[in-house]
Design a protein around this ligand. Structure first.
Ligand SMILES: [Zn+2]
Length: 144
């Protein structure tokens, strides 16, 4: 069986001895908050409000992730395309996934998981994004 690209619902799972399906009813985008709370050993509360921010989801070493403007990131899911940052508390931002998630995941299937990286072509942070053409400034000076 091929190794699937990791999503929030497969990454943020309840720790033993809880049953593996204990978080089955938790929306994918909210699972990081459960996971983070257990790791931190204290109560954390996701934000109530939706914000206008829109982030591009990307695949980083076989995980769908979103970066926050604070520098943190989390594993996210195309099944629940929103993100609230557990580090700075900003959220809920909307996420942009590719129109055909399955095709993007399939395009990486031949690579080792650690080499599976993908950026949305419209993401300004995409290092492979074509450079916008620079207009020809014309002659910079007139020779007299
Ligand atoms: Zn943040």
């Amino acid at each position: 069986m091929p190794i699937a690209v990791v999503r929030a619902e497969t990454y943020y799972t309840p720790p033993p001895p809880a049953p593996a399906d204990a978080w089955a009813e938790v929306p994918a985008a909210e699972r990081v908050w459960r996971w983070y709370e257990i790791r931190m050993g204290r109560r954390v509360t996701p934000p109530d409000e939706t914000v206008d921010d829109v982030y591009f989801a990307r695949i980083n070493q076989n995980r769908w992730i979103s970066d926050c403007s604070c520098g943190s990131a989390a594993v996210v899911s195309p099944a629940d395309p929103r993100y609230a940052c557990t580090e700075c508390g900003w959220g809920w931002a909307s996420l942009v996934f590719p129109a055909d998630v399955a095709a993007v995941e399939a395009s990486l299937a031949g690579l080792k998981p650690v080499l599976r990286n993908w950026w949305h072509p419209d993401d300004p942070a995409n290092p492979d994004r074509p450079v916008d053409p620079v207009p020809d400034p014309g002659p910079l000076s007139e020779e007299a």
